[in-house]
Design a binder for this molecule. Structure first.
Ligand SMILES: O=C(O)CCC(=O)C(=O)O
Ligand SMILES: [Fe+2]
Length: 355
């Protein structure tokens, strides 16, 4: 048990600053700094929930997307999206048209980047503190979370304002672009299948999460429970697994299925759909295995491409109101959410605590 004097003498801000200035992230650190240690009540809730985690593969359906690009077959695929994501917020898609070789290259690229020599990687160190940068890596939530998490994140903004090609780490450029193009296509397909009104969702951010071995996995987490703030996320996880989503009172393992991608409904989708779809809590525990775990995610957020065709102008329209689609509001189902502006959304996106 920590004494009052110890607690008082701990200078968290200083330790965070030193970590930040080292620009190395968590990979390779052998004793976890104190600001990564989660509060005792959060840790005991995690311990309890680990005992209840359900590995049941049937809870999160795997939907076969063969033929999803054909007008005739589409309705049968839409029918296969039954309770999830409406109630669970997660499902997996197989036969989505993105080759296994592409997926393998994406995982390899995230891993390859994070395992570059620290001095090379450090050139990219910085996260949302400098939003003008198209590509950066960092430990994302050290400044606004109660406790930090054991992962390093590579962030790549792709659209509607694209980073310059040379902002991408050179050795990983090809993979980033390939993943971006495929992710965009699949995202559009999904959006059209789930809800036709979603055509103005094309703000994209790609991230690569790297969860290295954590020497004290019971004291911290890989990513704390959270909902994703955007509209939709497409997530690729490697064979380790580790993603869990909340289903009722229990946590459920989202098991890695070779070649499949996880689709996750975000807060914006829940709002625009007037609660038809749910944005659910998910998390990843700290990695206790010696081998790093990797996930790559493409997040989609609303932009105003249709109304304001110049891609950069949407950021100049921060006061446009977004809210449940009028066609989904009725006397039986009044609007469940108030309207919000893009400025509110962006602000929340960049300051949201993950715990
Ligand atoms: O790595 C994972 O499986 C989860 C990542 C995630 O939820 C996120 O980046 O928002
Ligand atoms: Fe997430």
């Amino acid at each position: 048990m920590m004494t009052v004097t110890e607690a008082e003498s701990y200078d968290r801000a200083k330790e965070v600053q030193q970590f930040e200035e080292s620009k190395i992230g968590v990979n390779g650190i052998t004793t976890i700094p104190r600001f990564f240690i989660h509060p005792p009540d959060a840790l005991s809730a995690i311990r309890r929930s680990k005992l209840n985690t359900k590995p049941d593969p049937d809870i999160i359906p795997i939907i076969d997307f063969s033929g999803a690009d054909s007008e005739q077959l589409r309705p049968t695929i839409v029918e296969k999206i039954p309770r999830a994501p409406r109630e669970i917020g997660f499902f997996q898609v197989g036969n989505h048209g993105i080759g296994a070789d592409v997926l393998e290259r994406v995982i390899g690229a995230v891993k390859g980047f994070q395992e570059l020599p620290p001095a090379v990687k450090a050139q990219f160190y910085d996260y949302l503190r400098d939003r003008s940068r198209g590509v950066s890596f960092s430990n994302v939530d050290i400044f606004h979370s109660t406790a930090a998490s054991w992962r390093d994140t590579l962030v790549m903004r792709r659209g509607p304002t694209l980073p310059e090609l040379d902002e991408f780490p050179e050795i990983r450029r090809r993979e980033a672009l390939e993943w971006s193009q495929h992710g965009k296509q699949l995202g559009e397909l999904l959006m059209g299948l789930l809800m036709k009104e979603m055509t103005f969702i094309d703000g994209r951010m790609m991230i690569g999460n790297y969860y290295p071995y954590c020497p004290q996995p019971d004291l911290t987490v890989g990513i704390p429970f959270h909902t994703d703030p955007g509209a939709l996320a497409i997530l690729l996880q490697d064979h380790h697994g580790g993603l869990q989503c909340k289903c009722g009172d229990d946590w459920v393992d989202v098991k890695p299925v070779p070649g499949a991608l996880v689709v996750d409904i975000g807060d914006v989708f829940q709002i625009l759909s007037n609660d038809e779809y749910k944005s659910m809590d998910h998390r990843a525990l700290a990695n206790s295995s010696r081998e790093a775990r990797v996930s790559a995610v493409v997040f989609f957020a609303p932009s105003d491409r249709d109304r304001f065709p110049c891609p950069t102008r949407q950021f100049a329209m921060p006061n446009r109101l977004l809210g449940p689609f009028p066609e989904l509001i009725s006397p039986e189902k009044p609007a469940r959410f108030r309207q919000f502006t893009r400025a509110d959304y962006i602000n929340r996106f960049y300051t949201k605590q993950l715990d």
